[in-house]
Ligand binder design. Structure first.
Ligand code: ARG
Length: 459
């Protein structure tokens, strides 16, 4: 059976089921560009090092260029019998340029080759995701700017807590996405490590130049241990973990948009372009995009768990199990990128409804902490003030009123230190404005924070 690149050792043919079961071509063909790029760098290196002749390297590179064009034009016949993209490209190369094509794999194994391909792919994907995250942050910052000054209830336990600026709430998400960017950016240093030259596992007898290959590919580092180079998948696990955290952030924002969009809240309206209808209920306009982003966290987190389990019991070095790294990676890249882009569009088209926000501010004693703080300023210990206001709230609730709707006499029944200036003190604009502590929601703090973000994003 010598029609397989490894056919020399074999007498019997591969079982059809085995061929299907072991083949990765239907998904790893996505790596064709990276595979060809890596092979070109490898061939040039072999020539520089005198392993093959310059003319041979030229023929190989020329052939690979043509194959690239064939694949890109959809003219490449992917033969399912050829296991993976590496074999598919190499077989076609030999078909095109003859015997010289059979020299390409000198001093290389698919083990270092596939590790390189995935690293090249992921480096590009991370750059794309970083750019998408910058766009998302821009959309969030623009929304915050457009509605600067608008106040909304801040929640803990999904109960009214204290009033905050809408911009402050939005900038909390900006912090999350900024950390996501930082994590991804930082991980590039561990992705851009060239494994080429490790060969199967132990290095090679040929005088290879891994540094030169890495330089040509734009990778600042090369592997240090050949055995690690072919079996390390940490960089994928790291990415999946970062992607899962990013998805969790998107999911939390989605959840808020869904809540804010429901009629009971009505704080926002999601644009028609980002909603869908019902096949039975004519009145429906559902926030399906937000729901799907929230739902897709499961896929990405699942991919992370899946690959952790795949790698956990593997002895050194390469094992075929590692072929299972690609589908979860591709899916996570597509899901994260798609989700970030759709969230960007949703924020860009989002309408806020100030009248509904104002209505929501009316209930829930959002200024109760501030009445306690007022009393503290009159010399009442905080714990005592807390208790006094608590009693006042209970009384007001019974009357169906807010604190500021009680009379001064009523308030003084619970807190004797209350004076006529308390009413002004309790106005929600003042409640917000007083939170000048670092990172707080006072407009001047939020303005400075937003300006910083705008500057960072080139707005
Ligand atoms: N398709 C394989 C993978 O994705 C490539 C490496 C195969 N190496 C081997 N010795 N069978 O991992």
């Amino acid at each position: 059976m010598s029609d397989k690149p490894w056919g020399g050792r074999f007498e019997g043919a591969t079982e059809k089921n085995v061929e299907e079961f072991t083949s990765s071509l239907h998904f790893d063909r996505r790596l064709y560009r990276q595979d060809i790029r890596g092979s070109m760098a490898h061939a040039r290196m072999l020539a520089r090092q005198g392993v093959i002749r310059a003319a041979e390297a030229e023929a190989i590179v020329g052939g690979l260029e043509e194959i690239l064009a064939e694949i890109e034009a959809g003219r490449f016949a992917f033969d399912p019998a050829l296991e993976d993209i590496h074999m598919a490209v190499e077989a076609r190369l030999t078909e095109k340029i003859g015997e010289t094509g059979r020299k390409l794999h000198t001093a290389r194994s698919r083990n270092d080759q596939v590790a390189l391909d995935v690293r090249l792919f992921l480096a590009e994907a991370v750059e794309e995701l970083l750019a998408a995250l910058a766009d998302l942050r821009r959309a969030g910052a623009r929304l915050a700017r457009r509605h600067f000054g608008l106040i909304m209830p801040g929640y803990t336990h999904l109960q009214h807590a204290q009033p905050v600026l809408v911009a402050h709430h939005l900038l909390a998400y900006d912090e999350m996405f900024r950390r996501d960017q930082a994590r991804l950016k930082e991980s590039l240093a561990r992705i851009k490590v060239s494994p080429l030259g490790a060969a199967a596992l132990a290095g090679t007898t040929f005088p290879v130049d891994p540094e030169g290959v890495a330089r040509e590919l734009g990778f600042p580092q090369v592997f240090r241990n050949s055995m690690d180079a072919v079996s390390d998948r940490d960089f994928i696990l790291e990415f999946l973990s970062h992607a899962a955290i990013l998805m969790v952030h998107l999911s939390r924002l989605s959840e808020e948009l869904i809540i804010w969009n429901c009629p009971e809240f009505g704080f926002v309206e999601i644009a028609d372009a980002y909603a869908t209808g019902s096949s039975i209920m004519p009145q429906k306009k559902n926030p399906d995009v937000a729901e799907l982003i929230r739902g897709k966290v499961g896929r990405v987190a699942g991919s992370l768990m899946g690959l952790l389990m795949t790698v956990k019991g593997l002895p050194l070095t390469y094992n075929r199990d590692l072929q299972e790294d690609k589908e979860p990676l591709f899916d996570a890249v597509d899901t994260a990128l798609g989700s970030v882009r759709l969230m960007t569009g949703m924020l860009e088209g989002l309408t806020l409804r100030p009248e509904r926000l104002a209505a929501a501010l009316k209930g829930g004693f959002l200024n109760a902490t501030d009445m306690a703080d007022y009393l503290v300023n009159q010399g009442v210990p905080f714990r005592t003030a807390h208790e006094q206001v608590g009693r006042a709230v209970r009384y007001a609730e019974f009357q169906g009123k807010e604190l500021q709707e009680l009379t001064l006499e009523e308030l003084q029944r619970f807190a004797s230190q209350a004076g006529p200036d308390l009413f002004d003190w309790l106005k929600l604009e003042n409640v917000v404005a007083r939170r000048r502590s670092p990172g707080g929601t006072a407009p001047e703090r939020v303005e400075a924070a937003l300006r910083k973000v705008e500057k960072e994003l080139g707005l």
